[in-house]
Design a binder for this molecule. Structure first.
Ligand SMILES: CC(C)(COP(=O)(O)OP(=O)(O)OC[C@H]1O[C@@H](n2cnc3c(N)ncnc32)[C@H](O)[C@@H]1OP(=O)(O)O)[C@@H](O)C(=O)NCCC(=O)NCCS
Length: 150
């Protein structure tokens, strides 16, 4: 862990990450989170950091991944960020975003992007305080895939 209280996530963080995810509004049991974490931690195009408060309590996490689209610059997309309620407004969110930006730079990315739900007004203020600019609003469409039958 570095002096600012963050480190790369480990498989054993699954339970704490799941609890914080539930707080963010994405309930997941630790087993499901552990399976996702295992895939993320193996993939060098992903970066998952946890903020740690003494004595070893995980106060928040950020997940970013590199993405190259045909129509846009090579970027880091923030997939998720949460600071537990009782740890908010202490600069931890700022610290994690700054560290993800540094990682992105070291990987050759030229911008950081985040999709933020319309209802998360506090997060909008947060990102704008860090110099992010609102570039568009959009609807998100999803389609569930059926498992392939043998
Ligand atoms: C948004 C979030 C990550 C901010 O983390 P944080 O550690 O509390 O933020 P920081 O302490 O680094 O705040 C930096 C600045 O952002 C702004 N900010 C942060 N929270 C804010 C809020 N609730 N309302 C308005 N501005 C806010 C302020 O300008 C703040 O500086 P200040 O405390 O000196 O006034 C955290 O509130 C959170 O996890 N929220 C719920 C989940 C969420 O919305 N995640 C983002 C989804 S993409």
């Amino acid at each position: 862990m570095n002096s600012t209280g963050s480190r790369v996530a480990e498989a054993s963080d699954a339970e704490a990450i799941a609890a914080l995810s539930a707080e963010l509004g994405y309930p997941a049991d630790p087993k499901t989170t552990a399976a996702r974490l295992s895939r993320i931690l193996k993939d060098p195009s992903h970066h998952l950091l946890v903020a740690v408060q003494a004595p070893g309590e995980i106060a928040g996490w950020i997940h970013g991944f590199l993405t190259q689209l045909v129509e846009s610059d090579y970027r880091v997309e923030i997939g998720g960020l949460i600071i537990g309620q009782r740890f908010q407004r202490r600069g931890l969110g700022t610290m994690l975003v700054r560290q993800l930006q540094q990682w992105g730079q070291s990987q050759g990315a030229v911008e950081v992007s985040v999709r933020c739900q319309i209802k998360r007004a506090e997060a909008h203020g947060f990102y704008q305080s860090l110099g992010f600019q609102l570039t568009k609003t959009q609807h998100v469409f999803r389609c569930r895939l059926r498992p392939i039958q043998d």
